[in-house]
Ligand binder design. Structure first.
Ligand code: SAM
Length: 247
């Protein structure tokens, strides 16, 4: 996979891209992430990326020219630019979720545009953007953190990015369920015990306990997910009894 990220604030993203799973995925050449400094696509001596809004009013707007130039350069660097996914991180976009992360993880090339101030000149959106994604109903100062959120959730799903793919497959939302609780050594800490069943070595009982915890948590915290899970039948071998009184 290749990911291009276009931003006026490259320092905001460099640190997170050089740590943990995202770094390892790049080291293993599972993904190539290229950060483009929008200011390098300006032509004036002050490298201006924003200007006053037509029509007046508060706030600045990100100028179209640097975005046009950067996207044209990125398009020119690929063999076939017809199916590029160009994503504008925007509070007005589709609400991001695990299903979208799973879908994006199948794409070969993602391009993220990060806005700032009042946002990007709409002509960039009209001309290039294929998808608008929001990470939630709140407004951040820029698209850098939202883009990192999406990139992190997508990269960890690329086969090989995390050592055990089963771990990602059992995470919350993958089966429309919340994940179960986890414990590690020591068995007892300050009088707090690990549940007996997890120490039993009885795999079937452990699996059942985890599933029950997962269903209980989903019921008490996210009932909305549970009905989805039930409807899809997910290949999860639960019985109707398990749902009785829950869904
Ligand atoms: N005027 C815009 C509006 O109300 O829709 C908000 C602009 S916001 C201050 C600046 C930039 O931050 C946006 O262009 C976008 O790239 C990014 N941003 C802010 N909140 C976001 C969110 N919830 N999801 C994704 N991107 C967001």
């Amino acid at each position: 996979m290749r990911i291009d990220l276009v931003t006026a604030f490259p320092d905001l993203v460099q640190g997170p891209l050089e740590e943990s799973i995202i770094k390892r995925a790049q080291d293993k050449e599972l993904v190539r992430i290229i950060v483009h400094d929008l200011r390098e696509f300006t032509t004036d001596k002050h490298h201006k990326v924003d200007d006053y809004p037509y029509g007046g009013g508060a706030g600045m707007v990100m100028k179209p020219e640097p975005f046009f130039r950067s996207l044209e350069q990125i398009s020119a660097s690929v063999e076939d630019s017809r199916n590029l996914k160009i994503i504008y991180m925007s509070p007005q976009g589709e609400l991001f979720n695990q299903k979208m992360a799973n879908e994006l993880a199948h794409d070969e090339h993602l391009i993220f545009l990060c806005g700032h101030y009042k946002g990007i000149d709409e002509r960039v959106v009209e001309e290039f953007v294929t998808d608008e994604i929001s990470i939630g109903d709140y407004v951040l100062s820029g698209g850098e953190l939202p883009a990192l959120v999406v990139i992190d959730s997508v990269v960890r799903l690329i086969p090989g990015a995390i050592s055990d793919m089963d771990s990602a497959a059992t995470d919350s939302f993958q089966q429309d369920l919340l994940d179960c609780p986890y414990y590690t050594r020591p068995e007892e800490y300050r009088g707090l015990q690990v549940p007996e069943v997890l120490l039993s070595g009885h795999h079937e009982n452990i699996r059942k306990w985890r599933r029950e915890q997962s269903l209980n948590r989903t019921t008490s915290r996210r009932r909305d997910l549970l009905s989805n899970h039930r409807n899809k039948k997910n290949g999860f071998d639960r019985t109707e009894d398990e749902y009785n009184g829950q869904a």
